[in-house]
Design a protein around this ligand. Structure first.
Ligand code: 5AD
Ligand code: SF4
Length: 474
C-alpha cells in the first residue's frame, strides 16, 4: 500500500515536470514515505531524517517532506515538528492528493519570507561583519544563511494531517514501478482492529472505491501495456462497493468483472483476512482464468488462544480447514503467510503450535516478524510482554522451518514448464530476464529484453530458497 502511495506521489510530481534525481546529493526535494506497522521502520525514519539535515545545510532551497502512516500518529508528528526544524512539509495518508498544492504553498511562503528579509537587510545595510578568525568571505555569509534557514524552516512549514472523514479522491496519476504490472487500490482502511496492529488507527475505517472507477482504471492500465493487476486493500475480502445504480458489489463480483476485461492477463490481490474468505471466492479461483493460483493468507499464529488475544476471529482449526478447501478446489495453489513471533503471553507451547501449523500447511513462502509494541494498540498494554532474547530465539527456529519449506516447494518446480510474465532484465544483469509464474515464483532465465510484457513458457531447470532458474522454450 505504501509502495503504491509512493507511486502516486511520484506520478503527481512527474505530471508537474519534476524528474527523479539519480543521486541523493543531486536532489532538490526529498520525500520520506513512512510505515508505522513495525518499530524497525520508525527507527530508520528518524535516522534518515537526521541525514537529510546535511543536504539542507548545503542547499538552503532543499525541501524535506515527510508523509505516510507514521504521520497519522500525533506523538510522531509532534516529535517531528519539535525536534526536526528542517522539515518543510508534513502530510498524512489522507492528504496525498494535496501534496503538489502544499509544495506550491511552501514556495510562496519562502518567496514572501525572502522578500521580507531583503527589506530587513536593506534597512540594516552596513559593513559586512568579520568573525574572530577575520573571515568575512561569501562562504561564511552563505553558511550563515544556510544555518539560519535550517533553524527557521518552521515559519514556512506546511502541515496537513486530516482524519479519514473525506471521500476517496479519484483520478490521481501514478509513476509505476513496473511497466507491465500495476497495483490498484480497491479499498482503504481497516475495521478489524487486530490487537497488535496500528493500521486501523493510521489508515482509518474501511472505504471501498466504486466498482466502475476500479474497472475503468484497470482498462486504462491495460491500454498502457499493463498485463497484470494486484488489487490492494488491508482486507480485500470485506470490499463493499456500490455502483452508480446503487447495486452492492462484493469482492468476488469485482473479480468476475475484471476477469472479463480484454487484454488483462492476470489478477492478483492482497491481503485476505482468513475470517472473510468466502466459498464464492474459492470458486472464482476455479472459474476465472485470469485469477492467479496464488494467495497470501496471513495466519499470524498457530495457537487458538494467541489468535483470540490477537482478535483474529478464527481458530487454528478453522484456518487449516480453509487451506484444505482452497487446495481441494485449486490443487496447485501457492500459499504465503505472515507470522508474528513473541506476541505478549505467547508460551513455548503456543509457539510450538505455530511451528506445527507451519509444518502441516507447508507454505510456499512466509513473512515472519518479531512482535513490536505499537503505542495506542491494545496489545501494547498487555503485561506479559516476551523478552527480546526469547523472541529472537523463536524467530530463528521459525525462519529455519519456513526456509526449508520454501526450498522444498521450489525444488518441486524443477522440470516443470511454467507460464511466466516477463518483467524485464534481471537485476543480476548479464543477459538474464526475470518474471513471475502464476504462483508468484520469481524466475530468472536468459532472453531478449524486448520480450518484456509477454507471457511465455519457461522450463524450470534449477531452484533455491527464494527463486527459480529456467530457460525459454517457445
Ligand atoms: N508487530 C509485529 N508484526 C506486526 N504486523 C502488524 N503489526 C505488527 C506488530 N505490532 C505484521 C502482521 C501483518 C504484517 C503486515 O505486519 O503480520 O500481517
Ligand atoms: Fe492490521 Fe488486522 Fe487490519 Fe491487517 S486485518 S491491517 S493486521 S488490523
Amino acid at each position: 500500500m505504501n509502495e503504491h502511495d509512493s507511486e502516486t506521489i511520484s506520478g503527481m510530481l512527474q505530471q508537474r515536470g519534476y524528474m527523479e534525481a539519480l543521486e541523493r546529493d543531486a536532489a532538490d526535494i526529498a520525500i520520506i514515505n513512512t510505515c508505522s506497522v513495525r518499530e524497525n521502520a520508525d527507527k530508520r525514519f528518524f535516522g534518515t531524517l537526521g541525514q537529510l539535515k546535511k543536504l539542507k545545510v548545503k542547499n538552503p532551497d532543499f525541501v524535506t517532506c515527510v508523509c505516510g502512516c507514521m504521520m497519522q500518529q500525533e506523538h510522531i508528528t509532534e516529535a517531528v515538528k519539535q525536534k526536526y526544524p528542517w522539515v518543510d512539509i508534513i502530510f498524512g495518508t489522507h492528504n496525498i492528493h494535496e501534496f503538489p498544492d502544499m509544495l506550491e504553498q511552501l514556495y510562496e511562503a519562502r518567496a514572501a519570507k525572502a522578500a521580507g528579509s531583503e527589506q530587513d537587510a536593506e534597512a540594516a545595510e552596513g559593513p559586512v561583519p568579520t568573525d574572530s578568525a577575520g573571515l568575512c568571505t561569501e562562504d561564511r555569509r552563505a553558511y550563515n544563511i544556510a544555518k539560519h534557514d535550517v533553524r527557521s524552516a518552521k515559519d514556512t512549514r506546511v502541515v496537513r494531517v486530516y482524519d479519514d472523514k473525506k471521500e476517496i479522491v479519484e483520478g490521481l496519476p501514478a509513476k509505476r514501478l513496473y511497466r507491465h504490472k500495476s497495483f490498484v487500490n480497491i479499498m482503504f482502511g481497516c475495521n478489524n482492529f487486530c490487537s497488535y496492529c496500528i493500521v486501523p488507527y493510521t489508515r482509518g475505517r474501511e472505504k471501498s472505491r466504486m466498482p466502475e472507477d476500479i474497472i475503468d482504471e484497470v482498462k486504462n492500465l491495460v491500454a498502457d501495456d499493463v498485463r497484470e493487476v494486484t488489487l490492494l486493500g488491508q482486507n480485500v475480502n470485506s470490499y463493499k462497493g456500490v455502483d452508480a445504480r446503487g447495486r452492492q458489489w462484493d469482492f468476488t463480483d469485482l473479480i468476475y468483472a475484471l476477469n472479463d476485461v480484454d487484454g488483462l492477463e492476470r489478477i492478483r490481490f492482497m491481503t485476505s483476512h482468513p475470517k472473510d474468505l468466502s466459498d464464492r471466492l474459492i470458486k472464482a479461483f476455479v472459474e476465472c482464468r485470469k485469477l492467479c493460483n496464488y494467495i497470501h493468507l496471513p495466519v499470524q499464529a498457530g495457537s487458538t488462544e494467541v489468535l483470540a488475544r490477537m482478535n483474529r476471529k478464527y481458530t487454528r482449526e478453522q484456518y487449516i480447514e480453509l487451506v484444505r478447501k482452497l487446495r481441494e478446489a485449486v490443487p496447485d495453489i501457492a500459499i504465503s503467510t505472515d507470522i508474528i513471533v513473541g506476541f505478549p503471553g505467547e508460551t513455548e507451547e503456543d509457539f510450538e503450535d505455530t511451528l506445527k501449523l507451519a509444518e502441516e500447511i507447508r507454505y510456499d513462502s512466509a513473512f515472519t516478524f518479531l512482535y513490536s509494541i505499537r503505542k495506542g494498540t491494545p496489545a501494547a498494554e498487555y503485561e506479559d510482554q516476551i523478552p527480546e532474547t526469547v523472541k529472537h530465539e523463536r524467530f530463528n527456529r521459525l525462519v529455519d522451518i519456513m526456509n526449508a519449506c520454501s526450498r522444498e516447494k521450489n525444488a518441486a518446480y524443477v522440470g516443470r514448464t511454467e507460464k511466466v510474465l516477463i518483467e524485464g532484465e534481471s537485476k543480476k544483469g548479464s543477459g538474464m530476464l526475470t518474471g513471475r509464474t502464476e504462483t508468484f515464483k520469481l524466475v530468472d532465465f536468459p532472453g531478449d529484453p524486448a520480450l518484456a510484457g509477454q507471457i511465455r513458457n519457461v522450463k524450470i531447470t534449477d531452484s533455491n530458497t527464494f527463486s527459480l532458474k529456467g530457460e525459454l522454450i517457445d
